[in-house]
Design a protein around this ligand. Structure first.
Ligand SMILES: Nc1ncnc2c1ncn2[C@@H]1O[C@H](COP(=O)(O)OP(=O)(O)OP(=O)(O)O)[C@@H](O)[C@H]1O
Ligand SMILES: [Mg+2]
Length: 337
């Protein structure tokens, strides 16, 4: 039984970022496909939200919709995205830059740092551009602040690194530079889409620790996209679990990790790496359905160990279970699988 809307108007207004019932469609020569449907999530000021789900569940598309970087053929066809009280759902690139939504107020760390850094400018020049968004600094001030940021992210020889080009740094160093650039413009919200996948395992932990530390110190809101419950536990206050282009469960990290309720969250927790060696248990059978062949009723029902006949007919909505928790499942008290 629906109890109440999952994100009431008051909490959507007070959240720094509120994504409500967003649908995203990609159109190309082979047709139109709705790859995200009814995505609802919110992030408060200073809060860290992890978005987790299998490959293809719509995590990247969701954050690209927020940053207005869906690319060719991608459109938000339903719902709204509000940032700091303003509707930013349909702003074009120019308007986003004018409002500081590219860097100054919303920072983004991409999965692949070599694509995000410009190969023809030095690290210092790229940092300066971020720093200039916050204040008018003199050249010596820019150099000092740039060095400080590189030191902050643990880059060796920070002063020398200012004069280097991206290709002269290692992958891990480039990732640190990208974090420094994203943070130097002092955004209110940092979005990190699997920021460490390209790095060695040992560096991954360092970089994640760094993002979490700086997020807390600077009081930024953080949206971190991940496949890994270990990352969720270490990095986030709240979590949104995505499946087949929808949010299926949200709650505090404690609630979700201690007592996952949605059958998908349970299956995911049992199948994904936790960051603790040897804890990968069973692989979740089957795969995320594509936008071309979405199942009827609940999108998870063909893979769900506890599905009942109604699940193949009725589409569940994201119901609030408590102030902090919501779930999209017809079985209000999903039996243990
Ligand atoms: N530019 C695009 N054009 C068409 N379809 C796209 C495009 N980008 C993503 N999609 C589709 O949208 C769906 C969600 O993709 P998305 O990249 O958001 O998944 P994800 O959850 O980030 O997966 P991963 O964990 O592998 O990064 C997929 O079915 C994908 O094929
Ligand atoms: Mg992705």
């Amino acid at each position: 039984m629906p109890l109440q809307p999952s994100l009431d108007a008051a909490s959507a207004r007070s959240a720094l970022l509120a994504v409500e019932n967003v649908a995203v469609t990609y159109s190309n020569r082979s047709g139109s496909h709705e790859v995200c449907s009814d995505v609802t999530l919110s992030v408060g000021r200073g809060e860290a939200l992890a978005v987790i789900g299998e490959s293809g569940s719509g995590k990247s598309v969701t954050v690209l919709a927020v940053t207005g970087l869906l690319g060719a053929g991608g459109t938000i066809t339903q719902g709204s995205i509000r940032f700091d009280g303003e509707d930013i759902t349909r702003l074009d690139d120019r308007e986003r830059r004018r409002r500081g939504l590219r860097g100054r107020r919303i920072g983004m760390i991409f999965q692949n740092p070599s694509r995000a850094l410009d190969p023809v400018f030095t690290i210092g020049q790229q940092l300066n551009e971020a720093l200039r968004q916050t204040d008018r600094f003199s050249q010596p001030e820019l150099r000092r602040k740039g060095t400080d940021w590189l030191r902050h992210v643990g880059l060796p020889d920070p002063e020398e690194a200012l004069d280097r080009y991206p290709h002269q740094l290692s992958g891990g160093q480039r990732q640190r530079v990208m974090i420094a650039i994203a943070l130097a413009s002092e955004p209110d919200l940092l979005i990190a889409d699997e920021p460490t996948t390209a790095l060695d395992v040992t560096i991954q932990a360092q970089v994640l620790g760094l993002i979490r530390r700086l997020q807390r110190e600077l009081g930024l809101a953080l949206v971190i996209v991940t496949h890994d419950f270990g990352v969720v536990a270490a990095m986030a206050d709240r979590v949104a679990v995505m499946y087949a282009g929808q949010v299926v469960e949200t709650g505090t990290v404690d609630e979700i990790i201690r007592a996952p309720r949605h059958p998908y969250t349970r299956a995911l927790m049992a199948s994904l790496p936790t960051g603790i060696p040897g804890t990968r248990v069973t692989a979740l059978p089957g795969s995320v359905p594509s936008a071309r062949s979405m199942p009827s009723g609940c999108r998870f029902h063909p893979r769900c160990p506890v599905a009942v006949p109604a699940c193949s007919v009725t589409r569940p909505v994201l119901d609030s279970l408590s102030e902090s928790r919501a779930m999209r499942c017809l079985l209000e008290e999903a039996p243990a699988s």
